[in-house]
Design a binder for this molecule. Sequence first.
Ligand SMILES: Cc1cc2nc3c(=O)[nH]c(=O)nc-3n(C[C@H](O)[C@H](O)[C@H](O)COP(=O)(O)OP(=O)(O)OC[C@H]3O[C@@H](n4cnc5c(N)ncnc54)[C@H](O)[C@@H]3O)c2cc1C
Length: 396
Amino acid sequence: LYREIFFIAFFNYDIVQMSDFSPGSKEKRIVIVGGGISGLVTASLLAGSGVPVTLIEKKEYPLNRVCGEYVSNEAAPFLKAAGLYPEQFTPAIIRRLQLTSVSGDSAYLNLDLGGFGISRFSFDSFLATKANEAGAKIIQGCEVSKVSFDSSVFKLETSHGAIESDVVIGAFGKRSKLDSFLQREFIRKKSPYLGVKYHIRIEHPRDLIALHNFQGGYCGISNVEDDKTNLCYLTHRANLNPHENLESMQKRVLFKNPHLKRIFSEAEFVFKRPEVINEVSFETKRPVENHILMTGDAAGMITPLCGNGMAIAIQSAKFLSELCLRFCREKEYDRNRLERDYASFWQRTFSGRLWAGRQIQRLFGNSWSSGVAVGLARHSSLVSRLIVKRTHGPVF
Ligand SMILES: Cc1cc2nc3c(=O)[nH]c(=O)nc-3n(C[C@H](O)[C@H](O)[C@H](O)COP(=O)(O)OP(=O)(O)OC[C@H]3O[C@@H](n4cnc5c(N)ncnc54)[C@H](O)[C@@H]3O)c2cc1C
């Protein structure tokens, strides 16, 4: 019942009209493009501090996304302190990792930090409600197609009309129309990765996240709220090419790992069709592009096997909000300092982790190296601790 009330309340958002923007006002106006984790957290924090902020999201909440839906506890203390921890959904509390090789050999590890499991359908909607309650204006079903910057003012073209802003935050995720418009370097390179997500019902220990290797990819299994289990895999597009469809690839490739064969065969599938995304790219990106401050995946994406893309999105949103607040409040804190401080924070805090994630991903999706990885994990918790240390940061 709670959930129903929550979504009814959510759908009753006022749709903000473009005329709600007041170009004559002295206060700096902030527009956030993209309402995933990073955009919504930024909107909540800025609006909660009294800054006029508008978030533009091309889709409508609640929505399903391709994601493993495991949130690293790096972010938990901050979410709790900010009132953004989704306690009322009773997320699954995850403390153990099972790692299996392509042939099905298995190792279990305790996760020092652990995490929690919640569907993006619930989490993003919850964060959108929080941002709205904090005073952020949320425009849904509106796509931003162009952003230009001239004489300290941004002009944004959207599917609902044009607007102006003093600061633009790019929270538009891993791949967007705006990346092409901005001619970002990574968009020119084709990316071979494909992500697929299902929600299933199956007996799966509530405190366990499993990472099952298969030839050319890996598949995560962990619980979310309401006794549902997330099944999400990343694979090379070349894996799909010889097969007619996903189902046939799953049977011929994923099923070679006996754990995956059992899960696919025994599970009840909650969605009729999986959520699928193409062209997932882990290339380096610039955190500031044409004065737009990028956050979350728009600034750089860690490989999903690290399980902390959302924690990185949240941490970058937190820091960016603090800097934007200074820009809005302190006269001497100008745009140059804002951009410089944010770019150097991003570099210092995340670029090493993203690099390590790319290197570790090479161990996955291959018979020999996944076997070695499982063997190492089984015999040396030091190795697995080192991997986690290289890809995760301290709690924040
Ligand atoms: C297969 C896979 C599994 C993953 N598993 C995990 C996991 O288990 N744990 C974890 O922590 N991370 C995981 N991640 C990573 C995680 O999903 C991302 O790091 C996280 O979603 C980043 O949040 P974000 O806010 O930057 O982007 P998103 O959540 O992608 O949000 C971007 C938003 O911007 C909107 N948008 C885009 N363009 C425009 C536009 N032009 N105008 C308006 N709106 C626009 C989009 O509709 C979207 O809502 C996974 C990723 C993949 C691919």
